[in-house]
Design a protein around this ligand. Structure first.
Ligand SMILES: [Ca+2]
Ligand SMILES: [Ca+2]
Ligand SMILES: [Ca+2]
Ligand SMILES: [Ca+2]
Length: 665
């Protein structure tokens, strides 16, 4: 027993000796080694050995290490190999192998792969992805320059050619995009915000796209055969009076689309394309600039055809299907400049434009001549507005044979032209000869709100019709003369115009089938000229036979025009009072008066109150008839331009502007 006790004591001494001086335990790791990329960190657990530990990198230029309890954090610095020396508190030691891999480069991602630019034009490209901060460089700053702010790259076209723009991130990731600069300069001025260089005949010979923005239109800008001018939605052009080529006489700037050229001006209801005055709001007037002239290759009945207005632009040919492009959701305001007496630029002038062309949702406002004038051609149109024009609203000449449905005209009673203002004016040609093709335009669903009835003080003479004295302070070439009102429809000089399912209010005369030159009345008698399902209301007289510059129209009870209009076979109707039509409104003057000229408040219509539709119970409802009209015309049950006075039937809403005088452009 004593011997057993000695053995136990000896063992205890041995065990106690072990505690006092153990062998060091080398640390072990999980995972056993580590791979980390530049700039990233990884953790490793120490699975054996005595805490606390110390760590030390063999190469801090490659990787650094820190310790927290039994966890090592390794951070990659640059590609290579290193080892982390790990020492335990018991002197145990081990090395952790570290491999640092190259950081993955994060290339920038660009919003486009290429940009088409005009000279002087600036466009932006957005960077997503990549590693800020970014730098940019151009392969040829003589073609395009580039700069970057944050994640937005701006590029500006300098001269024709292609440059490669390289975007580099702080991690050296790169991305490139091409800038193709059109080699024909059409934009000038500060930041390329001027279309045309101001020359008398500035030619665009190549295809261009005008990016959404605000531009001035300067001089006469011609788009030549083979070229297409595309305009992005929401673009605004401000037309100027410009004294170019050192001429003493300024000329209203205009955009002229030549035969064989195209304009693609396709706005939207939310983003119409606007051509307006360059004058500040409150100071805009009719005839502040020229207008838009489009020339096509369809037929006309002239022998040679240079378009009216002083520009050099021929029109006409044999291609009735010709396509001059698209005008859609477009407004033309304060144009219509009188280049010479009886030689005016209208708001929209269409010379022999073919039926391949699209014209829909166009508004011409405060035009210094006719709002629309067609010289020959076959182009059709829907949804046209002529608002507060100076001369005639819809003027058709020289064999125009297009079809027009859904059109609105609203006259300003204080504005009429020296040539007498009409809703329709129509000729076959100036001599009234039977040159072919005849003017055979067909209108349906037109609402024309004439001057009478809008203002109880209306008086058809120069004492009342003062045109707000617009133009009186202008140089002679921009003055526009006032005159008097004449008729809803002046059809003369052998025109074969036809009109269906339409309503006209408040002119001194409703219909003039004028036989002074050419056999217009014969065309009516033979049925080549048709007026069917047309309502007149509040006219001074239903018909008169001849034009009058004095306003002295006869009251002949056997007047041809009156008898024709009231022929019961034709379903036309005459209402004594405009109120009888049940229109939502017909008095612009009772609407908010917002135009200010010389401190005086004048007419203007707030877009929110603009509604010329029929109210419930209107005789215009269920009065239409489309027998004999072709498929261009959408059959309606109603007469006039609008199905009802509801917002949803008001096709002017959203894109039209009935108060452009007070619009910030
Ligand atoms: Ca005209
Ligand atoms: Ca006219
Ligand atoms: Ca005319
Ligand atoms: Ca006229």
């Amino acid at each position: 027993m004593k011997q057993f006790g000695l053995i136990m004591a000896a063992m205890a001494v041995i065990l106690m000796g072990c505690k006092e001086d153990p062998d060091p335990v080398a640390p072990t790791f999980s995972p056993g080694s580590v791979s980390v990329s530049e700039g990233s960190s990884a953790t490793v657990s120490i699975t054996a050995g005595s805490a606390p530990f110390t760590v030390q990198s063999s190469s801090t230029a490659t990787a650094t290490a820190s310790i927290d309890g039994r966890t090592i954090t390794v951070t990659g610095v640059s590609a290579g190999s290193a080892s982390i020396n790990v020492s335990g508190s018991d002197g145990g030691f081990a090395t952790l192998a570290v491999t640092v891999t190259q950081r993955a480069i994060n290339d920038p991602v660009l919003s486009v792969t290429s940009v088409d630019l005009e000279m002087e034009e600036t466009a932006t490209v957005t960077i997503s992805g990549g590693t800020p901060a970014f730098t940019v460089s151009s392969s040829d700053a003589g073609i395009a320059t580039a700069s970057v702010s944050g994640t937005t790259v701006s590029v500006t076209g300098v001269s024709g050619g292609t440059a490669l723009i390289t975007v580099t991130g702080s991690d050296n990731g790169t991305a490139t995009f091409a800038v193709v600069v059109n080699d024909e300069q059409i934009l000038f001025g500060p930041n390329g915000t001027q279309l045309g260089n101001g020359n008398h005949s500035f030619s665009i010979t190549k295809s261009h796209t005008i990016r959404k923005g605000t531009y001035t239109l300067v001089g006469w800008v011609y788009v030549e055969e083979g070229a297409t001018l595309t305009i992005e939605p929401g673009t605004v052009f401000k037309g100027t009076n410009y004294n170019f080529d050192n001429r003493e006489v300024a000329t209203g700037s205009s955009l002229i689309i030549q035969q064989g050229a195209k304009i693609i001006a396709e706005g939207t209801r939310e983003q119409p394309i606007v051509f307006t005055s360059a004058m500040p709001k409150g100071q805009r007037q009719a005839a502040d600039w020229g207008g838009i002239i489009i020339c096509g290759k369809a037929k006309h009945n002239l022998t040679s055809a240079n378009i009216e207005g002083g520009v050099q632009a021929t029109h006409g040919g044999d291609d009735d299907d010709d396509n001059s492009g698209v005008l859609k959701y477009v407004r033309i305001e304060f144009g219509g400049y009188p280049f010479a007496l009886n030689n005016e630029i209208n708001g929209l002038t269409l010379g022999s434009v073919g039926r391949g062309t699209t014209i829909e949702h166009v508004q011409v406002s405060y035009c210094g001549d006719d709002s629309y004038e067609w010289f020959g051609g076959t182009v059709n149109a829907k949804y046209l507005i002529a608002y507060h024009g100076w001369d005639d609203d819809f003027d058709t000449d020289n064999g125009f044979s297009g079809k027009i449905q859904f059109a609105l005209s609203v006259r300003d009673p204080k504005i009429a032209d020296t040539s007498n203002s009409n809703g329709f004016e129509s000729d076959n040609n100036s001599s009234g000869s039977d040159n072919r093709p005849f003017t055979t335009v067909q209108f349906s669903n037109v609402t024309v709100i004439g001057p009478m009835g809008q203002d109880p003080n209306f008086d058809n003479n120069s004492g009342y019709i003062d045109g707000y004295a617009w133009g009186e302070t202008r140089t002679s070439e921009f003055q526009i003369s006032t005159g008097i009102y004449q008729s809803a429809m002046h059809i003369r000089r052998y025109s074969h115009l036809s009109c269906y399912n339409s309503v006209f209010t408040g002119f001194p005369v409703g219909l003039i089938l004028d036989n002074a030159a050419g056999n217009t009345q014969g065309a009516a008698t033979s049925g080549d000229l048709q007026i069917r399902n047309v309502f007149f209301a509040g006219m001074g007289r239903v018909g008169a036979t001849n034009n009058s510059t004095t306003g002295a129209w006869n009251d002949d009870p056997n007047d041809f025009s009156t008898n024709f209009f009231t022929n019961t076979d034709f379903n036309n109707q005459v209402f004594e009072n405009i109120e009888d039509l049940g229109l939502k409104q017909f008095r612009s003057k009772e609407l908010p008066l917002r135009i200010v000229q010389g401190g005086e408040r004048k007419y203007g219509v707030n877009d929110l109150t603009a509604n010329w539709g029929p109210t419930a119970g209107s005789p215009l409802l269920n009065a239409a008839n489309f027998t004999g009209l072709d498929s261009f015309f959408t059959p309606t049950t109603y007469i006039g331009a609008f199905a009802s006075d509801s917002d949803s039937d008001n096709w002017t809403r959203g894109w039209a502007n009935f108060d452009p005088q007070n619009t910030d452009y």
